[in-house]
Design a binder for this molecule. Structure first.
Ligand SMILES: Nc1ncnc2c1ncn2[C@@H]1O[C@H](COP(=O)(O)OP(=O)(O)OP(=O)(O)O)[C@@H](O)[C@H]1O
Ligand SMILES: [Mg+2]
Length: 272
């Protein structure tokens, strides 16, 4: 049954989402759609984003928006950012303790991770281990502290989806997959291998299973412009007088020099 849900709204109000599909199946298109929904639904005070973009080009447009706290393309930077998120998560837990509330009520934080597979296959083993274990902590404990992981991945089968990492992805969006086994790894059943190249997906969430339409995400440029960070002028630069000789100043200096020369010439003439 095809459900015309507001898919992205559902994703951004759910704990953690995995988006998987083969190259060109539209993972980045979905990521852009999700980010668009965040920017339309929440102000930068209500929602913040940590963007992990190992491919460098996919999420770069958002790095200068007021929503973006960190934009990381290098694995070491990702580890630092994960540490920061875990610290925030722990602080939030701490602030909630004794208050009898199930979910933190403040700013939502999204870790938007394009190409999770890259980070779990490309770096040295030690780095992979660190990324995996820190991500695991966030996936297990992030939901109550309003920290959501939204990750896109190729090759869902081997390194990622079959691992214990994926158990905590409460929501799964399966785009076109290579074969049945990949489809099962993402949405726990076959079918993604039969989807068109892009435009449709199978969606598994705590509310059930459905086939969903995926629209082409409109260009987010206008939203990006609206929320562009206004960089304050650095104090040191603001106070420092900037000396820029104007053309007139240069001419005046030349005339003064010429005058001085004439005076000296006259003086010398007088002495002699
Ligand atoms: N829902 C869609 N409707 C129409 N066109 C789409 C849709 N999804 C993707 N496309 C087209 O397919 C192209 C590839 O999509 P996208 O870059 O999102 O795929 P991807 O899965 O992220 O690929 P990669 O694995 O290479 O990163 C897009 O540039 C777009 O032109
Ligand atoms: Mg992509």
């Amino acid at each position: 049954m095809e459900r015309s849900i507001s898919l992205y709204k559902d994703i951004i109000t759910s704990p953690h989402t995995l988006i998987a599909g083969t190259t060109g199946s539209g993972k980045s298109n979905v990521m852009n759609g999700i980010i668009r929904e965040i920017m339309l639904d929440y102000t930068p005070e209500e929602a913040q984003m940590y963007l992990f973009d190992p491919k460098v080009i996919e999420l770069e447009d958002y790095r200068d928006t007021q929503y973006c706290v960190r934009y990381e393309t290098e694995f070491d930077g990702m580890i630092e950012a994960l540490d920061e998120l875990i610290e925030i998560m722990n602080e939030r837990y701490h602030s909630m303790s004794g208050q009898h509330i199930k979910e933190y009520q403040g700013t939502r934080i999204y870790l938007i991770f394009d190409e999770l597979a890259d980070a779990l296959t490309a770096p040295p083993l030690k780095t992979i281990g660190m990324i995996k274990s820190k991500l695991q902590v966030l996936l297990q404990k992030g939901r109550a502290s309003r920290i959501s992981v939204i990750a896109a991945s190729q090759n869902p089968n081997r390194e990622i989806v079959s691992g214990k990492l994926t158990i905590n992805f409460t929501n799964r969006l399966g785009l076109r997959c290579v074969d049945e086994s990949e489809s099962k790894a993402v949405v726990k059943r076959k079918g993604c291998e039969l989807l068109p190249k892009y435009g449709k997906a199978l969606y598994l969430s705590p509310d059930g299973f459905s086939e969903v339409k995926i629209p082409l995400t409109p260009n987010n440029w206008e939203l990006i412009q609206r929320y562009r960070k206004v960089r304050p002028v650095p104090v040191a630069t603001a106070q420092k007088p900037v000396f820029q000789p104007k053309q007139n100043d240069t001419a005046a200096s030349l005339i003064a020099l010429f005058g001085l020369g004439l005076m000296l010439f006259g003086l010398l003439g007088g002495i002699l």
